[in-house]
Ligand binder design. Sequence first.
Ligand code: DUT
Ligand code: MG
Length: 152
Amino acid sequence: MTAEIELKRLDPRLGSEFPLPEYATALSAGMDLRAMLDQPIELAPGEAQLVPTGIAIHIGNPGLCAVILPRSGLGHKQGLVMGNLVGLIDADYQGPLMVSLWNRGRFAITITPGDRVAQLVFLPVARAVFRQVDEFERSARGEGGFGHTGVR
Ligand SMILES: O=c1ccn([C@H]2C[C@H](O)[C@@H](COP(=O)(O)OP(=O)(O)OP(=O)(O)O)O2)c(=O)[nH]1
Ligand SMILES: [Mg+2]
């Protein structure tokens, strides 16, 4: 499925010095977001900083949202992940798209302007309308949860 999404280029270096976010391969689910910093920053172990991506998007469709996820290489090898674990972009958000970069590792990480630091994934959303009931029709799981099926 493809979806047309409005995008504003907030940083003029995008589309000139650096490409705008794009899918790297035909079937990529995420497109990388760049750290559009004025100068390099160093994230000390444990530190988080809010970094602009240089774009704004307006999804404008109640059936869609976007999430900002770590890149697996940076997240696993360097410990560069999101300070909010996952960023959720509402369909009515029109502000600058920001990434919270958190160094969860043990060594300082330097981020250079234009580095691809996270990825943006568009997802379908179901909007719930709650219907209050007194009892649920019994399901196979019932109230079991939190590991009640064991590990093996
Ligand atoms: O990593 C992120 C997470 C969120 N946002 C923007 C888009 C999102 O629609 C908005 C609000 O996010 P959220 O609802 O998760 O944050 P909140 O703390 O509940 O803020 P608000 O009170 O504005 O809803 O902030 C980002 O730019 N980057
Ligand atoms: Mg909110």
